[in-house]
Design a protein around this ligand. Structure first.
Ligand SMILES: [Zn+2]
Ligand SMILES: [Zn+2]
Length: 367
């Protein structure tokens, strides 16, 4: 065991508290990572607020980037000193894992959302008692994290490590939904609902795919401005009127693809309504639990459809290095909407994210 500092989420109202906890030594297939930085994702906030009901208290955080400190006896592809980005855990042997789609792993929920290993144990303890410490394979709101070696992606040491954590979730989700799940051909027309990290990453994915019309919908003006600077061809404020009708008037016949990143019921409806025939909507935003959405089957009947997409249908082991390379080429300028905070200021970072002042907060944890 070693002592670590970690931000504990206890209940919806108590702020995150940075506490001294105990971390186990790596098991055979695990590594210990010293976190350099971690992004804060909307899902972390939703779990803390119990909009997504997972067990608390838990150490959250799932966009970690850091340096490998020690490795388990069975780990062969990583060594101490390697720079890694952390992603979700997966079993590696089920059909989806074999097909390179670990976000659809048979054990995805057990491995990522229970805060424990599959055997029920947790790598993090508080006063000798286990505390949920395996969130999305990592629990990265901490100085150190014990992660399955499979969930760590090795990256070139020349890349700016403190910026890379969000590649493991938000950027993979947004870019991958467009380039892997929807695969628009050049000249396609696309609408993106929600201009947070995922929607802006989807916007960049649409640019990379050669989309002709890229319509981005968001109620916050500064986010619409950011979308335009990243290549959106038109931005719309959904509070200004019927947004599907507006899209159909500027893109005659509708858009070939839509990406719904907000989880808001009216946006889900508009993202389907604005589709051309044929047309596909990717549902990415988390809707409230047990949401039932009505579908106009006459509308769907003409070659339209909606599909849920998790983690951009990506294999993080190949997709994250691809995104890091795009960033260094200047083709994925997500640093424009990142703001850094000290680890101790985690509650300020979350407040700024919730009120729309910052799109992607990153906590600096160590040098
Ligand atoms: Zn996330
Ligand atoms: Zn699997």
């Amino acid at each position: 065991m070693m002592n670590i500092e970690a931000a504990v989420a206890s209940d919806p109202t108590t702020p995150f508290q940075i506490e001294t906890l105990e971390l186990e030594e790596p098991r055979a297939d695990e590594i210990r990572v010293r976190l350099v930085a971690t992004g804060i994702c909307h899902t972390d906030i939703a779990v803390k607020q119990q909009d997504i009901k997972l067990p608390l208290p838990m150490v959250l955080g799932h966009e970690g980037a850091g340096v490998v400190e020690s490795i388990g006896s069975a780990v062969t592809h990583l060594m101490a000193g390697d720079h890694v980005v952390l992603s979700g855990d997966s079993c590696g042997v089920c059909k989806s894992c074999q097909h390179g789609l670990p976000s659809y792993c048979d054990e995805f929920i057990e491995r990522n959302l229970t805060g424990r290993r599959v055997d029920g144990s947790s790598p993090i303890h508080q006063h000798g008692q286990p505390l949920h410490g395996r969130f999305v394979g990592q629990s990265s709101f901490a100085t150190h994290s014990l992660v399955p070696a499979r969930a760590a992606i090795k990256l070139n040491k020349e890349y700016p490590l403190e910026l890379l954590g969000p590649l493991g979730c938000g950027l993979t989700t947004g870019v991958g939904t467009v380039t892997n799940a929807l695969r628009p051909r050049a000249g396609s027309r696309i609408a993106i609902f929600g201009a947070g990290t995922v929607g802006l990453a989807a916007t960049m994915g649409a640019v990379l795919s050669g989309c002709e019309s890229i319509v981005v919908v968001d109620p916050v003006e500064s986010r619409r401005d950011m979308a335009i600077s990243l290549g959106a061809t038109l931005c719309l404020d959904p509070s200004a009127g019927d947004v599907a009708k507006e899209i159909l008037s500027v893109v005659p016949g509708g858009v070939d693809f839509s990406v719904e990143c907000s989880g808001v019921a009216t946006a889900v409806a508009a993202a389907i309504e604005c589709l051309a025939r044929p047309g596909w909507c990717a549902q990415v935003g988390a809707t409230p639990a047990q949401t039932i959405h009505p579908l106009d089957m006459d509308h769907l009947g003409f070659g339209r459809g909606i599909k849920g997409v998790v983690m951009g249908d990506a294999n993080p082991q190949t997709f994250v290095p691809y995104l890091a390379n795009l960033y260094t080429q200047g083709r994925l300028p997500y640093d424009r909407f990142v703001k850094f905070y000290d680890f101790a200021d985690i509650n300020t970072a979350i407040a700024d994210s919730k009120n729309g002042d910052v799109i992607k907060p990153i906590l600096r944890i160590s040098d």
